[in-house]
Design a binder for this molecule. Structure first.
Ligand code: RB5
Length: 160
């Protein structure tokens, strides 16, 4: 599985921790920025990862900002994206079981690195339950079909 990860300045420290964990586990990972402490705008990085997931360039994404709220709002604008803000383990598990979430969002100013690592572990090891939830996801696709979107490019990225 190829994972893309992006953040703003408020999520940078936690992103680096998560990248380190993913690399230790041999997971293929692409870093979509930001990579410096300067203040940046979370929509720019949320867009990159969301487009990359939507286009199939990566299988799943992780987005981190201060609260996780801004990144969630951005990511869920994109067709095919089911971004879940998970600052606890229950949400992480349920967002995979019931929602087949394809982007995990966390708040770097909300949770500590140890909890974040556990959330990542649970989120990536929990499979979609399918069954009655498949029909519900189909309804989301139908809604998306009613909304006209524009083409987007994933922008620059680097292997991490
Ligand atoms: C940046 O200060 C902060 O607003 C951002 O990281 C995020 O929390 C927005 O939702």
């Amino acid at each position: 599985m190829k994972i893309g990860i992006g953040c703003d300045h408020a999520g940078l420290e936690l992103k680096l921790e998560i990248i380190s964990v993913l690399k230790d586990r041999g997971v293929e990972c692409v870093d979509y920025g930001t990579n410096g402490p300067q203040s940046v705008d979370y929509p720019d990085f949320g867009e990159r990862v969301s487009v990359a997931v939507g286009s199939g360039e990566i299988d799943r994404g992780i987005l981190i900002c201060g609260t996780g709220i801004g990144m969630s709002i951005v990511a869920n604008k994109f067709p095919g994206i089911r971004a879940s803000l998970c600052n606890d383990l229950f949400a992480a598990r349920m967002s995979r079981l019931h929602n087949d979430a394809n982007i995990l969002v966390m708040g770097g100013r909300v949770i500590g690195k140890d909890l974040a690592k556990e959330i990542v572990k649970v989120w990536f090891s929990t499979d979609f339950e399918a069954g009655r939830h498949t029909n519900r996801l189909g309804k989301i696709v139908t809604i998306e079909g009613k909304i006209r979107g524009k083409g987007h490019g994933a922008g620059t990225a680097q292997e991490c």
